[in-house]
Design a protein around this ligand. Structure first.
Ligand SMILES: C[S@@+](CC[C@H](N)C(=O)[O-])C[C@H]1O[C@@H](n2cnc3c(N)ncnc32)[C@H](O)[C@@H]1O
Length: 216
């Protein structure tokens, strides 16, 4: 047997990458977890007002994530429609029970495609241009449409009806209350969503099921 360098079998690139990841995680497990949390932090993708993007504050994203987890139940599926902050909060690993549900984000902004298979491109102007496998696939669905306009909410309502098994939560301007009731049978909650940057419009949350957010 020789111990010369010529006898060393080279490792494949994939094996080397796996080894490197193993060393990083075993040397600094907290750092690896923190990096993963940062990726899903609310605001990790910056607001772009040209797409009507106004992110929730951390407390609101957490409260909505808790509500969705509670309503989805163990093994439940959640869809966040034009509400990426809540998707991020569900994936950040900081809300109790989030490991027991799955979540997807339907978004127009392709920067969220960095979340891989959880990202579904969505344009409310084509409300049903969605994969057939998503029909009736979600135990609970949350939406926060980009515009306070009847045509926008009418389209989003079509999408929510397509995706949902029944439970719908909607965050939008208070002025949309009557349309939300007529289109989806939604009732206004006591819970008031808040944003990182204050909005001029009064903002509300609506539910079509006996949500804990209705009176709180
Ligand atoms: C009022 S914001 C709601 C965001 C929510 N407050 C959050 O923190 O996650 C509207 C959302 O609609 C998305 N959006 C913009 N244009 C859209 C379109 N044509 N179709 C669907 N969604 C769109 C924006 O990217 C943004 O995430």
């Amino acid at each position: 047997m020789s111990d010369s360098d010529d006898d060393v079998t080279p490792l494949s690139a994939a094996t080397l990458a796996a080894l490197q990841q193993f060393y990083i995680e075993s040397a600094a497990p907290d750092a690896a977890a923190a990096a993963s949390q940062d990726r899903f932090a609310v605001g990790a993708v910056g607001e772009d007002w040209r797409m009507s993007q106004f992110w929730y504050d951390d407390e609101t994203a957490t409260r909505l994530a808790e509500e969705l987890i509670h309503e989805a139940g163990d093994g439940g599926r959640i869809a966040c429609v034009s509400a990426p902050s809540v998707y991020q909060k569900l994936k950040q690993g900081v809300v109790d029970g989030s490991e027991r549900v799955s979540a997807v984000v339907l978004e127009f902004d392709r920067r969220f495609a960095s979340y891989g298979d959880d990202f579904v491109f969505y344009d409310y102007r084509e409300p049903l241009a969605l994969p057939g496998a998503l029909r009736g696939a979600f135990d609970v669905v949350l939406a926060d449409p980009p515009y306070l306009a009847l045509d926008c909410l009418t389209s989003v309502a079509q999408t929510l009806t397509f995706l949902s098994k029944g439970k719908v939560l909607l965050c939008t301007g208070a002025i949309m209350e009557e349309h939300a009731r007529n289109l989806l049978g939604l009732r206004k909650c006591d819970f008031l969503p808040k944003h990182k940057n204050n909005l001029a419009n009064q903002f509300c949350c609506f539910a079509n099921y006996p949500s804990r957010l209705l009176s709180c």
